[in-house]
Design a protein around this ligand. Sequence first.
Ligand code: AMP
Length: 220
Amino acid sequence: MGSDRKMITLALSKGRIFEETLPLLRAAGIEVLEDPDKSRKLILPTSQNDVRVLVVRATDVPTYVQYGGADLGITGKDTLLEHGSQGLYQPLDLRIAKCRISVAVRTDFDYVSAVRQGSRLTVATKYVAIARDFFAAKGVHVDLIKLYGSMELAPLVGLADAIVDLVSTGNTLKANHLVEVEHIMDISSRLVVNQAALKLKQAPIRRIIEAFASAVGQES
Ligand code: AMP
C-alpha cells in the first residue's frame, strides 16, 4: 500500500474528468491547491492536509486504485469495461464526462449494406474489448486494429472501414466527414474505491462518498 494510514489519496486524470470533479470535491469541502495544467507535480495538495490528488493517465486510474496506490479514483465506464474492474468497489455513477461510445464510418461508406451482405469489416479502435463484444453480439465478422488515439483518421486513409470511439457533440466526426451508425452505449464516469482502503479508512472515505452522492443527487 502506497499511502499512509491517515492520508486519503484520490486518482484523477487531467482534462474533462479533473474539471468536472472539482465541484464534487468542493461539495466535500476539498479544494485542490494546484492546477495540473500549470504544475508539473503529479501529487497535488488539497485544502485538507490528509487528502491528496494523484494525476495519472485515464487508463491507469483503475490500476492505481486496484493495487492501493490510491484509495479512490474517478474513471469512465469505457475504461472500466476495457481494462477490467476486478477488486474495485463502484459505489457511484457520478454522471460526469458524459458521452457515448459509437461506431462511425465515412459518409460515403454504406454500413447497412455491408452488414446486410455479411461483409467482413475492418474496425480501428482503442476499445478492442468493447468493439469485439459488440460486433460478436451482432454476428458481424470484424478484423480489429488497435489504435491509441485519433481513431477518426483511420477510415480517411483506408486503414479501416469503421471506428469505435467516444462521441460527445459529434463535431469531431463531422469535421472529418464521418457519420455515427451505431450507438453502442452511454458512458459516464464512476467513483471507484479500493476495497481494503474502504475497511481501513472507513469514516473519511464514507464521508467523501456521501458528499459526492448528495452533490450528484444520488443515494450512496
Ligand atoms: P466531440 O467532437 O465532442 O464528439 O468529441 C469527440 C472527441 O473527444 C473524440 O476524439 C473522443 O475520443 C473525445 N471524447 C469525447 N467525450 C469524451 C470523454 N467523456 N472522455 C474522453 N474523451 C472524450
